[in-house]
Design a protein around this ligand. Sequence first.
Ligand code: MN
Length: 286
Amino acid sequence: MKYCRYNDNRIGVVRDDKVHDVTSVVDALPAHRYPFPIGDALVANLDSLRGEMERLADAADGVPVSSVAFLSPVANPTKVIGVPVNYQAHADEAKADAEVSVAARRGGIEEQGLFLKANSALVGPSEGVAVRFPDRRTDHEAELGIVIGKTACDVTYDDALDYVAGYAIALDMVVRGTEDRSMRKSVDTYAVLGPWLTTADEIPNPDSMAFELTVNGETRQKSNTELMIMDCRRQIEWASSFYTLHPGDIIMSGTCEGVSRVLPGDTMHLEFAGLGEMDVPIRAHG
Ligand code: MN
């Protein structure tokens, strides 16, 4: 199944090129009083609600995918986790570019460790990216987004994919500079997820997915997740050995070579085999 959040917080099931409104499914979510449980309630309850979502989709007339504004399919992650230098060709280009690789942070993926992006940076493609500091370089990083489906702590490599709800296209946007990475990658709108969540059963091998990012129609990044240095299972195993992963948590699994600057007025287009495609407009902040 593919499901999305769109327009004014509608929930939809995506079939072919149509979005079928299944928003009433949220009425089945457990009611809570403060303090609310952390994590994304829809992702957490996806297994039990999925049948009802399919039934509601059967009964709803679809509208064209092109006619809706996609929000992040995950509304409430507890964290957005980033994997650094996970493609050798990107590691090589970063080493050669002082603006991309801060000297103190050089080293392999295990030495650098995972990083976190603020949840408040998360948007969907329709919201676009707002360049915050026009005099500095804001780069795109196209990545596979892994969405955790159930509480995961100290999971084993072999079991890791059992904890995945699904996958989506991710953009790990960044302001280049010397500040801590968590600050430069947490600017509002600098984490994009979309256009919808494709459930894990539809992706037999997340470690073999072709993807491409163009800016204004020109190819900038083109690769395949089979070239990741650290595969999806190990990312989940490693992350969950440091902190508990909760439903809706997002792992942005690293970018390939071809990162480059974007400017207000540009439009990024991303395609991921099995996950769809999306346009992400760039504007100035303010
Ligand atoms: Mn990245």
